[in-house]
Design a protein around this ligand. Sequence first.
Ligand code: AMP
Length: 312
Amino acid sequence: MHQRSAHRSLLVVGSVALDDIDGPFGFHKDLLGGSASFIARAASYFTKNVSVVAVIGEDFPKRHVDEMSALGVDVAGIERAKGETFHWVGKYAPDLTTRETIDTRLGVFADFQPKLHDSHKNAQLVLLGNIDPALQLDVLSQVRAPALVAADTMNLWINIKRPDLEKMLAKVHTLMLNDEEARLLAEEHNLHRAAARILKLGPTSLIIKRGDAGALLFHGGGAFAAPAMPLADVKDPTGAGDSFAGGLMGYLAYAGDLSPSTIRTAMIMGSVMGSFAVEQFSVDGLRDLTTAKIQLRFDELAELAHFERVRL
Ligand code: AMP
């Protein structure tokens, strides 16, 4: 991928966390996690115009912030506050397809009031990563005229912050969430009908992430399916959805337009970045990627999904 000076700017707000992960590959403590950590890293392969707004506590290792900065991500909006870093504890089933939240400790996120720097207010693309919808709304009220606002959320916020979530949905272009969350939000089991209900809440497009079944894009004009890469080695699905979102928005920033065909390519780029994330713990699967490795997997996915139209 060539560098283009015209990359659109991407502002990311989300959690920067320490995760404890339990599952078939053992118990791992204090891993770098959080929606913004995965998003920024995935997006950084497509554009150097990524800024993160988040909060960390006194216990958060400085090296993680330095690493993000070394990738070219603007970390000026990561505030260090008194208290504990957001901490999430999750446990995966032996087949890695379902997980349970064992504990969520908001720590410094409980009192976080994001104050955007002037340069962040002009962001062209905004990704509201999974975080309290009240904070997502707070960030939205400070940005000026973004071309695209996308948001992610999760079951916790659908369950405990639905009014804020609905306010946020009325203000975003694109919502991303997984199939279980889509069913919960729409109170409808059938995904097609659930999508129609969610689109009535405000967003003009909806992306439903379905783990190793890929992702679906629904919008007024129809739908698009992005396959997931079949992988021989999956260790930790944590962050797959965020890496998908980072790849998608990073590619849109790189491409510089929002045409239907660019958006389809961006969905595939999301799937590519999600596939790298699950091969290792924490953000390790997103380390040391190269344009060549990303291109190769993109081509493999294109080959996997390619078919010719026939006339019967
Ligand atoms: P994903 O697997 O893409 O859904 O994202 C996993 C990441 O989300 C983990 O690294 C967690 O730290 C983070 N996370 C989990 N619960 C929350 C929450 N309630 N708010 C914000 N981030 C969360």
